[in-house]
Design a protein around this ligand. Structure first.
Ligand code: PRP
Length: 174
């Protein structure tokens, strides 16, 4: 599969984002909330590039129908473990696609009254948006390609591929 973004390109960009977040959160601590499962690898790298105190939490959602048949229905499967009221939170995603997942999660997290809430995503596919949603920290904007690797899957496979690769369109759905 053709490499879209190499491990080195990703590492360089994640280092930049980490440095930016470190500056912006100087003197504060931050809660990184990863959206399982895709965001796990990006979160692991981004967290180590952030040089302020950070804690982790994770949420899981099911988004049946998303991507191919967009029902728009997003359901929470796993909530955060610890309260975030009054804390600085960054929601961490692997990919911002239709925007349905982050739009739902953003609304949910705001109900917990964090001191601030920002969104970091490894990839942004702006062409695919069904609802308005912007991330504050974006590693890469990409066109509408199906990609795997660096946490992203096809039918749960390829998450451990080191770089981000183009999954052949003709194989999607098979
Ligand atoms: C992917 C990704 C985001 C969501 C983005 O998750 O991790 O959570 O889709 O898409 P959206 O902007 O269209 O809502 P997926 O359902 O593939 O689960 P995974 O993270 O376990 O791979």
């Amino acid at each position: 599969m053709e490499v879209l973004l190499s491990r080195q390109q990703i590492a360089d960009r994640v280092a930049e984002l980490g440095a930016q977040i470190t500056l912006e959160y100087a003197g504060k601590s931050v809660v990184l909330i990863g959206v399982l499962k895709g965001a796990a690898i990006f979160l692991a790298d981004l967290a180590r590039a952030i040089k302020v105190d950070a804690t982790f939490d994770f949420v899981a959602v099911s988004s049946y129908g998303r991507a191919r048949v967009s029902s728009g229905a997003v359901k929470l499967i796993k909530d955060i473990d610890n309260p975030i009221e009054g804390l600085h939170v960054i929601l961490v995603e692997d990919i911002l696609d239709t925007g349905l997942t982050l739009s739902y999660l953003r609304g949910l997290m705001l109900q917990h009254k964090p001191a601030s809430l920002k969104i970091a995503t490894c990839l942004d596919k702006p062409d695919r948006r069904l609802v308005p949603m912007d991330a504050d920290y974006i590693a890469f904007k990409i066109p509408n390609h199906f990609v795997i690797g660096y946490g992203m899957d096809y039918a749960e496979n390829y998450r451990n591929v080191e770089d981000i690769r183009l999954f052949p369109e003709e194989a999607v759905g098979h």
